[in-house]
Design a protein around this ligand. Structure first.
Ligand code: PAF
Length: 289
């Protein structure tokens, strides 16, 4: 991954008004704006979103906010990894122009959020079934970020496939004036999908976690060899996940837009897996081609 040879000036802001002023100045100069929403603890996966954003707009702006609204009561909000200093270093190196790092009070100034975006049926299965309320909290903060930045384009990662599908659908259903771009998954050399939560894994758990990618690869191999029965592909995913030390949660083959399970796999069908490895929930997916 290329890093800008000369670090650019990065503006760090904490207030919504500062974002509006910076976006206003960019617009006044005739520039377009890309937004990369994140929860921080940045890695190369995030940087690939930054690079895609740089291709699509004149200014690359990033939000770093661990959004309490999208965490359930028994989830990892308090221990979610945070490192603003490290994040700023990486963002600067990769040419981000502005980072918006608000407090919860700045994002939710009126106290508990009353009006929320509801995901509907697309958000009911898979992640939505396992993490009730998660997608409503996620869509609500993304809609707020779109309102605060008013970006021309926003870039999300394919690793959260259901999230990206829901964001696209929200933008379509609510006629939000923003283009949604989804960038491919970035993997470690051994295939593990990059995630801020990988930091929770011990060395042993990390080795076990490769089962998710192994299952997806097997599903892809079967498809490439001509297998079209989605039940067989699902079985291959389950088989990879049914190993000691892993608690599988789902293994699906779905249509990319409706997220409905398919009977026959076709190019574009998405294989999705989720599992707990030790105390850590991991998700991964692959689009069949
Ligand atoms: O994918 C994430 O990091 C978060 O869900 C997002 C989109 C930044 C909203 O909090």
């Amino acid at each position: 991954m290329t890093v800008l040879a000369e670090a650019r000036a990065l503006q760090l802001v904490h207030g919504r008004a500062d974002v509006r002023a910076a976006v206003g100045a960019a617009r006044a100069a005739g520039e377009t704006v890309a937004l990369v929403p994140t929860m921080g603890f940045l890695h190369d996966g995030h940087m690939s979103l930054v690079h895609r954003a740089r291709e699509l707009a004149d200014r690359v702006m990033m939000s770093i906010f661990v959004n309490p609204l999208q965490f359930g009561p028994s989830e990892d909000l308090d221990r979610y990894p945070r490192d603003l200093e490290g994040d700023l270093r990486l963002a600067r190196e990769h040419g981000v122009d502005l980072v918006f790092a608000p407090s919860a009070a700045e994002m939710y100034p009126h106290g508990p959020q009353q009006v929320r975006v509801e995901p509907g049926p697309l958000g009911a299965r898979m992640e939505g079934a396992i993490r009730p309320g998660h997608f409503s909290g996620m869509l609500t903060v993304v809609a707020k970020l779109f309102g605060i930045f008013g970006p021309d384009v926003a870039v999300f990662g394919q690793k959260d496939f259901q999230q990206a599908t829901l964001i696209r659908r929200m933008v379509g259903d609510l006629d939000l004036p923003v283009r949604v771009e989804v960038a491919p998954i970035v993997r470690e050399a051994d295939g593990l999908a990059m995630s801020s939560r990988n930091v929770y894994l011990s060395a042993e758990e990390r080795a076990r976690a490769l089962a998710l990618h192994r299952g997806l690869r097997r599903g892809h191999e079967l498809f490439a060899a001509g297998e079209r029965d989605a039940a067989v592909l699902r079985q291959a995913l389950w088989a990879a996940l049914r190993v000691p030390g892993i608690e599988p949660e789902y293994a699906e083959a779905v249509h990319p837009d409706t997220l409905e399970p398919v009977a026959a796999a076709a190019p574009g069908t998405v294989l999705l897996v989720a599992a707990r490895v030790g105390g850590t929930r991991l998700i991964d997916n692959a689009v069949l081609s």
